[in-house]
Design a protein around this ligand. Sequence first.
Ligand SMILES: Nc1ncnc2c1ncn2[C@@H]1O[C@H](COP(=O)(O)OP(=O)(O)O)[C@@H](O)[C@H]1O
Ligand SMILES: [Mg+2]
Length: 307
Amino acid sequence: MRRIYSIGGGKGGSGKSFIAASLGILLAKHGKRVVLVDLDLGASNLHTLLGMQIPEKGLDSYVDKTASHLGDVALTTTVPNLYLISSTRCSLEIANLFYAQKLKIISAIKTLPFDYILLDLGPGTNFNTLDFFLIAREGFFVTTPEPTAIENTFIFMKSVYLRKLKLSLKEANLWHTYQEEIAKLSRGAFKSPLDLINILIARDPEKGRVFEELLSNLEFRLILNKFRGQVNENLGEQLVEVCNRHLYPSFSFLGNVSYDNRVYESVLARNIFINKYPYTKTVSNLQNMVRNLTGEQQESLRVKVQQ
Ligand SMILES: Nc1ncnc2c1ncn2[C@@H]1O[C@H](COP(=O)(O)OP(=O)(O)O)[C@@H](O)[C@H]1O
Ligand SMILES: [Mg+2]
């Protein structure tokens, strides 16, 4: 079954692209067919983290119809089973996609012929970023332990929920009915998607439950990147608890990824960090995440229990 993960988080520099590339590489090493889609239009850099030169083709070839299928612009990488759909050649104009172009990209991504489709998003909370993030039912939020990054990630999480609700209401032709409430919430009073769900349920319990269900389908995971020894080991779990209590109970903690100076060195030298330094804490953290995602951890536990 095809799985799509979006990797976002609001703040630039928190390591979204590094995590996306690393998870993609490790999933490919587990024998999965994986494609990384660089959706940081206008500032894409996944190719650099994969040690590649500026690609010749990418998303732009699909948007300008040079390629008829999005899968045709997936490039091979030096890692077997791992492919990249780059957006380096997307000019700044394309960063402000037309609505129809965006829908075309979104529906093409959903049917890409791969086991795993990983979407690397840009910073900020503009509509394109939020809509790309919502392509996946499973979303990863990457933050560093710094308060500013955590704050931006919370803002991003709220924006994702608000956007999902708005799009779902529009789809159900209910946008006009609730426009006023949503506008009020969007003007700063929006603390939790549950506020809006409660309004919907109070007005029309049956429809309200449908929207509640839509939100419950989303599964979010938090990753704390650039983790250093002096940070509280339980910070991630604590943040997830806050998200589940105040936003929506859809969050789980995927783990810490240790800070390592050699990540920066590898990026500079266009080396793949995982290949160059496989026995580091950072790589071991990432490997644990991949085991968790592929369900291998449960498998080995089950074997142990059976023995
Ligand atoms: N775990 C880490 N340890 C050390 N440096 C990291 C780590 N993760 C990312 N970096 C550094 O942070 C920089 C920004 O990461 P990047 O993935 O490009 O962030 P984003 O995509 O969120 O803007 C990278 O160039 C890399 O040098
Ligand atoms: Mg990035």
